[in-house]
Design a protein around this ligand. Sequence first.
Ligand code: CMP
Length: 139
Amino acid sequence: HTERTLILVKPDGVRRGLVGEVLRRVEAKGYTLLAVELRTADEALLAEHYAEHEGKPFFRPLVDFMASGPVLAVVAEGERVIEGFRVIAGATDPTTAAPGSIRGDLGRDWGLAVTQNLVHGSDSPESAEREIKLWFPGL
Ligand code: CMP
């Protein structure tokens, strides 16, 4: 069945000029873009977005990093797009992410407190609906 996912190009991806490259890969795979917006997220939104990581040592640095510059927020639609985008993105750790994936091709470890891994993708239908409501209340 057709489903929707929330994709973020994180501040490292925007700073490196990879917005077009990420959108190209999503579109080339055949997914449909429903919404695309460049914006700097505030802490309240990010704390809610990453609520499941509250209390972890990387939570604070993660929120600070995500607020450090604009992100590109995207809603994409397609058959199994949630799983499909996570495959396109590659594993969380960019050093070991498979070549051919966004993180594997374009990311690496910078030795910083937070894993700067270029993109985010919802990990389940429940997260996708929750995250889409957060980032695009009108959609
Ligand atoms: P994301 O898929 O957006 O979900 C949580 C984010 O936290 C993850 O990508 C990374 O950017 C970051 N992250 C996950 N695990 C760690 C970790 N062990 N140390 C630092 N940052 C992490």
